[in-house]
Design a protein around this ligand. Structure first.
Ligand SMILES: [Zn+2]
Length: 443
């Protein structure tokens, strides 16, 4: 019997010691290490690269013969965001384990831990002589997620779709627990929101700032716009995952969850857990956040033009129309003060909440943590799953890395922050999940 804890900790520490801060990424050494590791276990591997120093790895273990059957993909990225060692209590590239059993380093949560769990699970199965009874197990490790996947997931899906085609996909996005109604809940991420960004432009007439009434100050026209954006978010626009999430939280049937019951549920939740609505509410509709403003280039010139950039996130299945409707709802009359144009439009994608892959997760959880249950969630931000969902419309993709010991309130603040670390027991727990998932889905 292999020691899964020692092996997954060793693989994670090795990955952390490869500095893959993106930019520049430099993922090649980490990818080559994983290639050798999976090849030795019996996987057929291929590296596909848009840039030689930044390859992507695809490793496949297929059933004997060509019997068809589903392909289960285990996806992860090996690049990380930067880390400033001065802000850390330990070296961000040490991979050391402290006296409390935490393994430290940039990527310990996002997401070298999942890479380690997925490859150790895959290698363990292959070395034991396990082969899929049908279909294939495919480990996909990409570069370049943290800046959008241009030469990672996006590139590989657009340029080598046959190499990475999957029917089911497990990636990052959820899996840390939260307690509700006395019950532990594991989030399973069923989709990512879309990004529809606006540029709002107010126009006026330039003049000398020493004579304020002499021009028409475009900047002042942004004031009511900003006030409105600060005062309220648009009404909820519910999609399937949050409907089911609220049903699980309230005990109501998903069909009974509408905008009114959702508002009541959020109000009740705020009472019970003041921190949770900030994480939950973005899943329930379009969000608007003004982030950048610009007016005059000179302090003594009244601006004839002032601009405001608004970051807008839209639930999967909705697009431009929903974004515009949300903006007009919030701005009201003040919309007349500005010209509205989109600067970016990226659609979100969604997998069904009920699927064979969800049943696999639920069966495993029923055995491992019978008191707990899964709840579907939406990722307010982006992940590589978006590119896979776009390339393969029938794909069922979930974000799931189960944490048994670190709750979401401990995990979330450490992602992209100083002192990122993982409880080694959670690493083993997740490794065992990926082993069980492959066996359950592929036989
Ligand atoms: Zn990530």
């Amino acid at each position: 019997m292999v020691d899964l804890t020692a092996e997954s900790a060793e693989v994670l520490a090795t990955l952390i010691r490869h500095n893959t801060v993106n930019p520049p990424g430099n993922e090649r050494a980490a990818i080559e290490y994983l290639d050798a590791y999976l090849t030795a276990a019996g996987f057929r591997t291929v590296q596909l690269a848009a840039e030689p120093e930044r390859p992507n790895l695809v490793a496949t273990l297929a059933a004997e013969g060509d019997a068809g059957g589903p392909v289960l993909g285990l996806l992860s990225h090996v690049d990380t965001v930067l880390a400033n060692p001065e802000e850390w209590r330990r070296d961000p590239w040490s991979g050391e384990i402290d006296e409390h059993g935490y393994l430290w380093g940039r990527g310990a949560l996002d997401m070298k831990s999942q890479t380690a769990a997925e490859v150790v699970a895959a290698a363990t199965l292959a070395r034991e002589g396990w082969r899929p009874a049908r279909g294939a197990l495919r480990v996909i490790v990409v570069s370049d997620e943290e800046t959008g996947g241009e030469i990672g997931a996006r590139w590989i899906c657009e340029n080598h779709p046959d190499a990475v085609r999957c029917d089911y996909l497990l990636n990052e996005g959820a899996g840390a627990t939260f307690e509700l109604g006395g019950r532990r809940r594991y989030g399973v991420c069923c989709g990512e929101k879309g990004i529809f960004r606006f540029l709002l432009t107010a126009r006026g007439r330039a003049g000398h700032a020493s004579l304020p009434r002499n021009g028409e100050n475009a900047l002042l026209k942004l004031a009511p716009v900003l006030t409105r954006l600060g005062a309220a978010q648009p009404s909820y626009r519910l999609t399937e995952p949050p409907r089911e999430l609220l049903a699980a939280l309230t005990g109501l049937d998903a069909a009974q969850i509408d905008e009114t019951t959702a508002a009541a549920a959020v109000a009740a939740l705020t009472h019970e857990h003041p921190d949770l609505p900030a994480l939950l509410e973005p899943m329930l509709g379009v969000t608007l956040a003004p982030t950048m403003a610009h007016a005059s280039d000179k302090i003594n010139v009244i601006p004839s033009r002032a601009t405001l950039k608004v970051d807008c996130r839209v639930p999967p299945g909705l697009g431009e129309e929903a974004a515009l409707a949300a903006l007009h709802e919030v701005l009201g009359d003040s919309a007349d003060l500005v010209e509205i144009s989109f600067t970016e439009q990226v659609y979100g994608y969604l997998s069904p909440v009920h699927s064979p892959l969800m049943e696999t997760i639920e069966r495993w959880l029923a055995a491992e943590d019978p008191e707990a249950s899964t709840v579907p969630v939406l990722l307010p931000g982006y992940s590589d799953s978006s590119w896979f969902r776009r390339a393969f419309p029938d794909l069922i993709a979930y974000g799931f890395f189960p944490h048994r010991h670190m709750p979401i309130t401990e995990v979330a603040p450490l992602v992209h922050s100083a002192d990122e670390r993982i409880d080694v027991r959670d690493l083993t727990y997740a490794t065992r999940f990926f082993i069980a998932a492959a066996r359950d889905l592929l036989g």
